[in-house]
Design a protein around this ligand. Sequence first.
Ligand code: GZL
Length: 324
Amino acid sequence: MNKLLLPVLLILCLVLGGCSAPNAPAVPEAEADLIVVGFSQVGAESDWRNANTLSMQTALSAENGYRLILDDAQQKMEKQVTAIRNFINQGVDYIVLAPTTERGWETVLSEAKAAGIPVIIVDRMIEVSDAELFTCWIGSDFRREGDTAVRWMEQHLGDTPLEIVHLQGNIGSSAQIGRTEGLDAGLDAHRSWNLVFRDSGDFTQAKGQELMEAVLAEGTPFNVIFSENDNMAYGAIDALKAAGLQPGKDVTLISFDSSRTALGLILEGEISLDVECNPLHGPRVRAVIEQLERGETPLKYTYVEETFFDADTLTEETISGRGY
Ligand code: GZL
């Protein structure tokens, strides 16, 4: 066949609509009427993240009229960029992005906009020069979460000298930025509060344990652990117990997320404070898509409701009644 003929035939085929986009997989007949959503998820690094994924899968199910294409980026931003390009090539109806970090989204979101695909951001924030690159955002106020922890420390630890070990989440993620800003404001306000260690545990249990073991091996004195999520707190607890220390007695352990396991550890006296970070974005994303399907304009920014838990307030009934 003439070398020029094939590209001409392909263009004709596309122009005449006789073929779908070259990369689009064949869609089974039964799914032809479903709304196709490409979801670029950070990873599966924590209980919070798994609850977030489950919430999206439950809300955007086939029974509810959706075909959800889930991509796990293993906490790597470059994998999310690839996933979004794949979603564009597949011609999905909507893209949902849970961004690993705040920066670096301009180019790929411009490509999604050029393809006419609405992008919904969930969980963490993105920093872009043009807010029109995404349709709306649903997530948490991470600075407020950090401030909530510091208010609790002021009320429960007062102005006693504090030596604080700070286990940060993924550097550059909104959750890490906001929670760290809250602690830094507390450190600035209290001369008796000292930061004795700070490093990122990437929100994982293994890394949280590794950092805590390093602090213990150093012999650094500490009496507070400020862990930016529950899974790093679990790792820290393992390291403390291996060193013969009792979390909640020898050290005040502060955590974020308020997942079910962590709330159980509050009742057991091991975690002192857990600031809630609500992962149940699925129903909100479904409601936004249904608004868009009706030609309506959703709110640009929606903050989810969040509280905190400590031994003064928490009961078994509260834990059993929660969605995660
Ligand atoms: C918070 C979310 C964070 C959680 C961690 O909204 O981005 O990422 O606090 C998760 O557990 O890994």
